[in-house]
Design a binder for this molecule. Structure first.
Ligand SMILES: *[C@@H]1O[C@H](CO)[C@@H](O)[C@H](O)[C@H]1NC(C)=O
Length: 179
């Protein structure tokens, strides 16, 4: 008897409030993304993950942090592949790319930390690690600048920009969790 009336209440709740089981929905995703500088990027990124519709703001931050991590990891793979080395004897270019790969690997580690910290609701730490992840690419760019002979490849510049944008969005979402 008790369980059937509970079921009835649950059914009514669900009918009256379709979001009864989900903390978030497309409205929360839109609202969250409106608080960021890159609305379209934020929206398309979150919508690429089916679980974002069931996520609260903390969950959305975790999804975005995982996307940032995937982004850093793919840049690391790209740099490690040496696709940008046309001349196999170009040791300076190879070394520089290796250095850059290490920086993006460090960015990935920082983002991995931020995922854990978001789960533990250690938002200050999560924010700092995302900030660090957005800063590591600068070290790569500066390494290229050190050698006038080397041109900073536009393929890296575009990826650097992409990762920084995702980190920007993520930091703004975390901001919303803190305040
Ligand atoms: C990395 O992020 C950028 C957006 O800032 C996106 O265009 C690109 O497709 C992402 N790459 C991966 C592998 O996630």
């Amino acid at each position: 008897m008790l369980s059937s009336s509970f079921l009835l209440i649950l059914t009514i709740s669900c009918t009256l409030n379709p979001t009864f089981f989900v903390n978030g929905d497309i409205n929360l995703i839109q609202k969250t993304c409106k608080s960021t500088k890159f609305y379209d990027l934020c929206l398309s990124s979150l919508q690429s993950d089916a679980t974002s519709r069931e996520a609260d703001t903390k969950g959305l931050a975790i999804i975005m942090a995982k996307l940032a991590l995937a982004n850093a990891t793919s840049i690391n793979s790209f740099l490690s592949s040496n696709l940008l080395v046309k001349n196999t004897n170009d040791a300076l270019m190879k070394n520089t790319l290796k250095e850059c790969a290490n920086k993006y690997s460090a960015a990935g580690t920082a983002l991995q930390d931020s995922v854990q910290e978001l789960r533990s609701e250690l938002y200050d730490y999560a924010y700092m690690h995302v900030m660090a992840a957005a800063d590591y690419p600068n070290a790569c760019r500066n390494t290229f600048k050190r050698y006038p002979k080397l041109v900073y490849p536009p393929e890296i510049a575009a990826r650097e920009d992409g990762l920084k944008r995702i980190c920007d969005v993520l930091m703004e979402i975390i901001d919303g969790l803190v305040f």
